[in-house]
Design a protein around this ligand. Structure first.
Ligand SMILES: O=C([C@H](O)CO)[C@H](O)[C@H](O)COP(=O)(O)O
Length: 211
């Protein structure tokens, strides 16, 4: 089980400060798409250099130019890069090939993917790390990561499942029980006036659920 702290839509200084405040409780650091769009790969370089004990996820959300963008992520110190599940197979394949070359991994972001058949195809390309994702805009309509999303990955052997989208201390236990291994949490921690307390609470609930 891993907690991935999603750093999004904030200044690089705030990203650093948030990780320093919460690092006892988190294992993976997501350099969010918004942060990458603001600062470029310098953000990934900065966070991977500062927090060498952590797994760095570059949330590239690649949907084309798979080879180039994955190389950018790994060359900048990322351990994992993300590619959209609706990207062309050729793009996903390139990302997976580059990850193998660099000894990294690819997380398939299933935002916008609606059928298990599509996920099976991606699995056949070699992907093993999938993220069930309810996007920011969908959250505004009251949507949450729910059991219906798990149907997308049902029956796929040897995969690891991540989940993202408005996860809080109230929803994390059900996700763990449903088989999520990587719990991606953003606003619950980063949008809080007490990020350390919320990170601790999140981690405590997980520990209690696992026991
Ligand atoms: O990936 C994310 C989103 O698409 C914005 O780029 C978020 O980092 C992810 O959803 C986690 O954030 P919260 O929903 O705030 O927990």
């Amino acid at each position: 089980m891993k907690i991935q702290l999603a750093l999004d839509r904030m200044a690089i200084e705030d990203c650093i400060q948030l990780v320093e405040t919460t690092e006892k409780y988190i294992q993976w650091i997501e350099v969010g798409t918004g942060v990458i769009k603001e600062y470029g790969m310098a953000a990934v370089r900065e966070l991977s250099t500062r927090f060498q004990g952590k797994t760095i996820v570059a949330d590239m959300k690649t949907c084309d130019a798979g080879k180039h963008e994955s190389m950018q992520a790994f060359e900048s110190g990322a351990t994992i890069t993300t590619v959209m599940g609706f990207a062309p197979n050729a793009t996903i394949k390139q990302c997976l090939e580059v990850a193998t070359e660099y000894g990294g991994e690819v997380m398939i972001d299933l935002l916008g993917v609606e059928t298990a058949n599509r996920v099976k195809k991606i699995y056949e390309l070699g992907a093993r790390l999938f993220c069930l994702h309810v996007g920011k805009d969908m959250q505004q309509n009251g949507e949450l990561v729910s059991s219906s999303l798990f149907k997308l990955v049902e029956g796929l052997e040897g995969i690891r499942i991540a989940a993202a989208g408005g996860i809080t201390e109230k929803t994390v236990s059900d996700l763990l029980v449903a088989g999520v291994e990587i719990l991606i949490v953003g606003s619950f921690i980063t949008g809080s006036t007490e990020p350390e307390a919320n990170a601790k609470l999140f981690s405590d609930v997980i520990k209690e659920t696992i026991i």
